[in-house]
Write a protein that binds this ligand. Sequence first.
Ligand code: C2O
Ligand code: CU
Length: 469
Amino acid sequence: SMVDRRTLLQAGAGLAAAGMFPGAVRAQTPRAEYNLVAAIARSPILGERRPGTEVWSYNGSLPGPDIRVRQGKPVRIAVRNGLSEDTTVHWHGIRLPNNMDGVPGLTQRPIAPGETFAYEFTPPDAGTFWYHSHSNSLQQLGRGLAGPLIVEEAEPYPVDRDIIWMLADWRLTPDGQIAPGFGNAMEAAMSGRVGNTVTVNGAISNGEQVHAGERIRLRLINGALARIMALRFEGHQPVIIAVDGQPCEPHQPADGRVLLGPAMRIDIVLDLQGEPGRRYVVRDDFYEDLAYTVTHLNYNATSSTRAIRDDSFAPLPGNPLQEPDLTRAERHQINLQGGMMGGGMMSGMGGMSDMAHDASWSINGHSMTGDGHANMPPLLTLPRGSNIMLTMHNQTAWWHPMHLHGYSFKLLSRNGVSVPYNQRGDTVLLAPKDAVDVAFVADNPGEWMLHCHITDHQVSGMSSVLQVR
Ligand code: C2O
Ligand code: CU
């Protein structure tokens, strides 16, 4: 039983500490264990020389600690709530049992202040995932409750270094504190709360130190509330090897930019063939007029002794996902509706109050609000084991990264053009008016959220639940 095993482990740990069985405990540990404490902390977002920013974080660090687990190996993560309000944690992109999915009121009772809840699951897929609060999401995610979750492949991918860049976007006041005003209705009806400060791994970045001649794997995670990013690597050619944790055929992005909607992850391989001693800019030019430098690649003065291997990039090993059978697929239309008309960042300022009034978001005419509380019947009920094809049609003037919990879908086509390179995802970014077809086998029972990951949109109506039973 659980108790016996725990007692045994404690006993084992004691013996190992006494030096009686060196190394024995690690080998026998049946699962990885992590503890997270959600609490208020101070973090040097603007650098060590500035007073810290008050954030809500896991274990006092921004982002939360890297959780690294092995594919197919059980993990237990005990989350203690040190906040003064309820919380939950969602393991974004992991295919796990529904009661471990972290949606308050839908998949679990929220974790009250002072309480601890243990999440236990066995990740079937290797890849780059992340975790974040799913309670009072605008504030809890917007104040920092998020971190990287890496599921390691059995054999490490052949690169010199494996690097995580968890990107986040903050709206800071001049004195470096998080600006109030979460959930502003006008913003919610447009692009959401886009901030003024982008960080890499919790702080404004001075650049990544690299050596000429290295090949690196860069795991990009967009943990922003609302900011869509399109990264350009000056002087370098990124090769995409995975999208949302799922391997794809290695390829260069069509326009050279790595496009990441909120919640998306893209793993790239970079061959570092720049000049020693030089620095290269990494820019985000998604909002063209507002392009800015995210960070730099800072080359050491000396090159590494290692030579670039060759120009070919091995694909990652596949994950154990069922291939949907499109000939038998049940088809459903998901229409994204609402928001203000006019797609510019701040266009259509005239008649704002009228427009804001009926600007709430909806899916197929229903506006489910909040973090996922079961305040609406499921949008769809899908028979367990069936092949499902969803056509998501963005009928609005705004971009939406649509996320399905508990699944990884296959990206079939966008506006009638088939999606190349065998890409999958749990979050698909739709430009205004886009129609995207995705498919999956409904093999994971439960109630799963399908929502926009621009958090303002999610909590003001662009949410729904798909029930699989
Ligand atoms: Cu990243 Cu509903 O989640
Ligand atoms: Cu949206």
